[in-house]
Structure formats: C-alpha cells, structure tokens
Write a protein that binds this ligand. Structure first.
Ligand code: GLU
Length: 495
C-alpha cells in the first residue's frame, strides 16, 4: 500500500431523507478514514435539480452528526479545492470539459430527442443494444478531431478506446465487463449541470480521494468511469463496493416498506446513537470472532476493508433492539433518566409534584422492561405493567384470590395482616423502602404453609390490591413507589 494519506468521501444526493443504506456507506467511509488518520469529506451531489428535496442537506448533516460521524470538509466547510456542493463547482466541471475537448475526447451531441428515439427504435428492431457511440458524427470519428462547443448543447465523452474492461475491487476482487459496457455518455447536460458520472470523477480527483466506498449499483457503470479516467489520463482511486442491505428474510433488498426508514426516526424513537453505529457496522462487515458489542473505538480498531463481505447483509430489527438494550445497560441511572425524560409520563417528571423519588424507585423496573425509550409510554398506559402508578383500575373481587388459596375468607385476613404491619412503619422514603417493606411482610408470608396456599396467598392479593392487574411488578417496590398512604388506601379498599 502506498503512503498516501487516506481520503474517503460520502457523496449523497439531496433527494430526501437518509436511510439505513446511506448511513452505513457513510459510516464505513468514515471509519476507514478515521482509522487511518485520514480525511473524510461530505460532498453534496446536487446536479439533478429536478430530484432535489428542500432541507435534505441539513437533514444529512443532522443524521451524521447524531451518529458522531464528523467531516473534515463538507457543505459547511470548503477546502482548498473549493466547495463541497457540486452545484457550486460548475466552473471546475467546465474547465475539465474543455480539457477533454482539447484532447479530442468530447463532442457536442448534435441530435434532437426525436432523432435519438429513432436510433433507439432501430436498434430494438434489429435486436442489438442501443449505443450512442454507434452514432458518432463522422467528423468526431476522424483522427485529429477537435470540437467547438457552444456550451449549450449536451457534451458527450468520446470513449478513447473500445475494449474489454478489467478492474480490481477491494471487496469483490477482480471484475471485468465487455465492450458493450462502454458508451459515449453525457458529461454536461443541456441544463449546464454535469452528470453524476462526470462530476464525481472530477471531484474525487480534485479532493484527493483515495478510496471510493459505495453501493453495488455502481458496478455496472464502472467501465464507463474507467474510460473517463483514461481520457483524463488519471489513475482511479481504489474501489470498495459495499454489499446490499437485505430484508431480514434475505429475499430482496431492504425497501422503504420493510423498515428502511429515515435514520432520524430512530433517534425520535429513542435509540442510542452508539447502538445504531454498532448495529450498522455489522451489516455486511464482520471482524471475525463472536463478540458483537463493539463501541466506536473498538470498531475503529477492528475495521478493515478486507473484512467487508461480498454478499448482502440482513437488516434485523430484533437485533437492533437487543443491541440498544445492551447500550442502555451501560448508562448510569442519571444518564438514563436524562435521556428518557421525553418518554416518561409528565406527572412523573414534574419535579414540583415531589416525584423525583418515585421515578428513582421505578427506574430499575423501567430499565429491566424496555429495549428502547419509545417503549416507556406503553408501560405507563392503562394496560401497561407500570400503570399502577397513575391509577388503580377497577377489578373483580375474585381476582384477589390466589390460585392455590383454598378458603376465600383468608384473603381479607391476609390483607388485614399486611395493613397492620405497614401501619407500624414510618412514611418517609427511607422508612417505607421496598427492602424494609419486604423485611416486615416476609415472615408472615412465609409462615403460610404450603397446604394453605403458601406465601402467594399473601403476596398475590397484596400485589393485586396495589395494581389491579395480574401482571405487575414486585409488590414491595410498588408499595414503596406509591408511598404509605396510597398503599394503605388501596389495601383497605381491597378488604
Ligand atoms: N451521489 C451518489 C449517490 O447518492 C453517490 C455515489 C458515489 O458514492 O459515488 O448514490
């Protein structure tokens, strides 16, 4: 490998939101640059004005920033090569267009749309592929040809040599394509903007890009790119083609309907950026070994282009949730609470209502139950396991009876005994803690013999009386969160 400093780029078109695929490309290019202490460029490819969606550039920047992907040059940071926004580099493309004209390797397209359509039809009728180069005007084909260009007609490349193409891709290995892959493609369109095919090559050259990481949809165009590199007399950067991201069932590429959603939606749902980065890095790349939880630093240490896989990587939302839970577990209680704020019920986050202790007591339950913050509201919704904090739903009397209880009359006896015990306790947070409540109730619960139903005969009605539900948390935690008064109120109501 040469000692040239590594330069990679992510070159999105501002045509809408950033989805998983785009972000993964950016991540890999960024990891490769950062790992090698190289340069990472964010370049905006906005030469197709019809497809442009307002706000996309900001959206792209916001998405990358959320994930910690930073750029050395970008739409907000031009370099010595000028702007990173293609529509602001039109002069550069024209300059190179003229270089090609000088070399006799570009010509204005003389045909009208109707004429081109007729050529195409004729090729179809003769069952041969339609190629522009079959229709080069006579003079273009002549030796020593040099065009005059009014700057208005579309400009086409005159492919320097029609031949079979071979090239190397770091991921895919040696690739080749036949002559039919070469054609006189458009460099500058009638609207004055360059095509992607032309602009990205000039930019990569001027920006010193050493490695192009991009999706496999560009493989079929690579012969054309190579013919342009040849026409310009430059050595192409190295290519690394990323594998497609597939649906979880691997039957086809992940589409919008399968969850290829806007990356910022994941942020809105409360996924952690570190989890997202870890998850994306493992789609189509694997350092070997079985460890899957790798933070940013670890990823950077391990990342290599050689370990990018050829075949598609599946997008598995379950795995993302699992990964997110792993990263949630790394947060301190304080960090967790801060990030969870927006998802918690308002009545619990309102500090004036003396809720701080409540939420701290509930925290272990919340942390245990969720994989992502967006699951929190469900926990507190009327059907949720933590809804006891907001309200006690109406329930049927018989629900209070433990399934092993033989004598229904015992239920009131047990609850009354619990009430009596709790009445003797203090009502401050310290005195009415889950541990202390448990210590006070446990001996009595344990004293119920197995043939009389066992400790469940006490704990079940206590839990039901506090929550009004079959599925609810530990009764001691519930009691401590509710506080002494509310706990006694609910128990008395049960009696
Ligand atoms: N603008 C192209 C795209 O959005 C970039 C392809 C490349 O990385 O060269 O797909």
């Amino acid at each position: 490998m040469s000692n040239k400093p590594i330069v990679t780029r992510f070159a999105p078109s501002p045509t809408g939101f950033m989805h998983i695929g785009g972000v993964r490309t950016a991540l890999f290019a960024w990891l490769w640059a950062r790992k090698n202490k190289g340069t990472f460029i964010l370049r905006i490819e906005d030469t197709d004005k019809e497809r442009e969606v307002a706000g996309s550039i900001e959206h792209i920047q916001k998405s990358l920033s959320w994930l910690g992907i930073d750029w050395d040059y970008g739409p907000d940071k031009p370099g010595s090569f000028g702007s990173c926004i293609q529509s602001q580099r039109l002069d550069t493309y024209r300059e190179y267009a003229h270089k090609l004209i000088e070399k006799g390797l570009a010509y204005p397209d003389p045909y009208t749309q109707e004429e081109i359509d007729a050529f195409r039809k004729q090729a179809e009728a003769e069952k041969r592929p339609f190629l522009y180069r079959d229709h080069r005007p006579k003079e273009v084909a002549e030796a020593g040809y040099k065009a005059t260009w009014d700057g208005i007609k579309p400009l086409r490349l005159k492919v320097p040599e029609i031949k079979r193409c071979k090239w190397h891709d770091i991921v895919r290995g040696d690739l080749e394509a036949g002559e039919e892959a070469l054609d006189d493609f458009i460099l500058i369109k009638a609207d004055g903007y360059p095509t992607y095919n032309f602009a990205h090559i000039i930019d990569d050259l001027n920006m010193g890009v050493t490695h192009i990481l991009r999706g496999d949809e560009f493989i079929s165009s690579t012969p054309r790119f190579l013919s342009l590199y040849e026409a310009l007399g430059i050595t192409p950067p190295q290519f690394a083609t990323l594998p497609p991201i597939l649906r979880d069932d691997r039957t086809k590429k992940l589409g919008k309907r399968d969850g290829a959603k806007d990356i910022l939606e994941y942020r809105a749902e409360g996924f952690l950026p570190d989890a997202m980065v870890n998850f994306l890095a493992l789609i189509g790349w694997n350092p070997g070994g079985t460890e899957e939880i790798m933070d940013g630093r670890e990823l950077m240490a391990q990342f290599s282009l050689e370990k990018i896989q050829k075949s598609g990587g599946a997008f598995n939302e379950e795995k993302l949730l699992w990964m997110n839970k792993n990263y949630l577990a790394k947060l301190s209680d304080g960090e967790f609470l801060k990030l969870a704020q927006d998802f918690l019920p308002k009545n619990l986050t309102d500090k004036n209502a003396g809720n701080e202790n409540k939420i701290v007591k509930l925290l272990p339950l919340i942390r245990e139950k969720i994989q992502v913050f967006s699951e929190i509201p469900e926990l507190f919704a009327p059907a949720g396991e933590l809804s006891f904090i907001n309200a006690l739903p109406a329930y049927e009397k018989k629900s209070l009876i433990w399934k092993k209880e033989k004598d229904a009359a015992n239920v009131a006896v047990h609850i009354n005994s619990v009430i009596k015990t709790l009445e003797t306790m203090g009502d401050t947070d310290g005195a009415f803690s889950a541990e202390k409540i448990k210590a006070a109730i446990w001996p009595y619960a344990e004293s119920i013999t197995a043939d009389a139903g066992g400790r469940g005969s006490v704990l079940w009605p206590m839990r039901y009386a506090l929550s009004g539900k079959e599925k609810s948390p530990d009764p001691f935690i519930m009691a401590s969160v509710l506080g002494k008064d509310e706990t006694l109120r609910r128990l008395r109501q049960a009696v």
